[in-house]
Design a protein around this ligand. Structure first.
Ligand code: TXA
Ligand code: MG
Length: 318
């Protein structure tokens, strides 16, 4: 059921987490499906609800630096610098794990992904639970991430007892994931913090080593709607057919009468485009169209995360 994220329901959700339950909650990126990260059985329920393969590790959400220190084995200087600059916020750090994190959370890896979310509801929920919360995005495995409580409900329905409704997620794409290694920083997923911003505070970030898939978010066909997605440079050539949809980068006059059009932004603001991306994909996917065309957007800053999700959605059907 969906409940408003009032103090009362946040505390009820925290109570459920303490008892080993699973709740859906908003973060600034997407909605998460959370359980006590220190309780292996509770975490197993997340995998069951999502139909997620056990080889795909989860992100542990924390609300304080003390909590971070409890879940990691070491906190190198470069990690501290990233935390200072981007936490709370959409940056996930992969670091050596501490012994209190069960294997199921990390899929047997000796590293753990940690993030301090900025969303007030997420922070209150973690504080009230008193434990770090392991949470993937609240969608069935491989499908689109939810950016509203309704998306969660329509994808997972009654499998989740409590869905805290905190409105639409302001960032709208998942966190950027980086792995901190002795040799430097490796990017595992483009996301809500642009790589350029990370490089400005922490130095060079090496981009994903293609052959070694470390995060299943790197699989070429992740984040896909059911409808076929086709990326196009020039939308003006698309036939004006009512079985088609278009996601356009910015608002402008077009001659289409029949095609279903949605806009990512008013005039090209990448932040606005990221915030609207999954909303547009969910809405057009629900219309059961034959094709959703997506206009290519500039691959700079947040544009990289947006294009990454669109390319992965396209890859599923090609
Ligand atoms: O914005 C977000 O990151 C959202 C919100 C809920 O926080 N969460 C999210 O979780 O996107 P999920 O599970 O959908 O994606 C997490 C990614 C997965 O691709 C997983 O493989 C990777 O993080 N990951 C987790 N632990 C890892 C580790 N130890 N090493 C490498 N990748 C890891
Ligand atoms: Mg996900």
């Amino acid at each position: 059921m969906i409940y408003p994220a009032t103090e009362t329901f946040i505390h009820e959700a925290a109570h459920s987490i303490r008892l080993g339950g699973v709740v859906a909650f908003p973060t600034e990126t997407v909605y998460g499906l959370g359980a006590n990260a220190l309780n292996a059985e509770a975490v197993a329920k997340i995998f069951e609800i999502k139909q997620r393969p056990f080889f795909d590790p989860l992100i542990v959400h924390v609300a304080s630096h003390e909590m971070t220190r409890e879940v990691v084995a070491t906190l190198p200087d470069i990690a501290l610098r990233c935390m200072k600059a981007f936490w709370p916020g959409p940056l996930t750090l992969v670091l050596p794990k501490s012994a209190i994190i069960p294997q199921i959370v990390t899929a047997g890896l000796d590293t753990v992904a940690v993030r301090m979310p900025e969303h007030e509801v997420a922070q209150k929920l973690i504080h009230a639970s008193g434990v770090p919360i392991a949470a993937p995005s609240a969608n069935p495995f491989g499908y689109l991430s939810p950016t509203t409580a309704e998306h969660v409900f329509s994808q997972l329905g009654d499998k989740v007892e409590i869905i805290l409704d905190g409105g639409k997620c302001p960032v709208g794409v998942e966190s950027t994931i980086i792995k901190i290694e002795d040799e430097g920083i490796v990017l595992l997923r483009y996301g809500g913090i642009p790589v350029e911003d990370i490089e400005a505070v922490a130095g060079k970030v090496s981009v994903i080593r293609k052959q070694e898939v470390e995060a299943p978010g790197q699989l070429p066909y992740h984040y896909a709607p059911e409808t076929k997605i086709v990326l196009v440079k020039d939308v003006s050539k698309i036939p004006d057919d009512s079985s088609y949809g278009i996601i356009m980068y910015k608002k402008r006059d077009v001659a289409f009468k029949n095609i279903h059009i949605m806009y990512l932004s008013d005039d090209g603001d990448l932040r606005q485009a990221a915030a609207n991306l999954f909303t547009c994909l969910h809405a057009l996917d629900a219309l059961r169209l034959s094709v959703i065309y997506a206009e290519e957007i500039p691959e700079i800053g947040l544009g990289k995360a947006i294009m990454d999700r669109l390319k992965k959605a396209q890859a599923r059907h090609s």
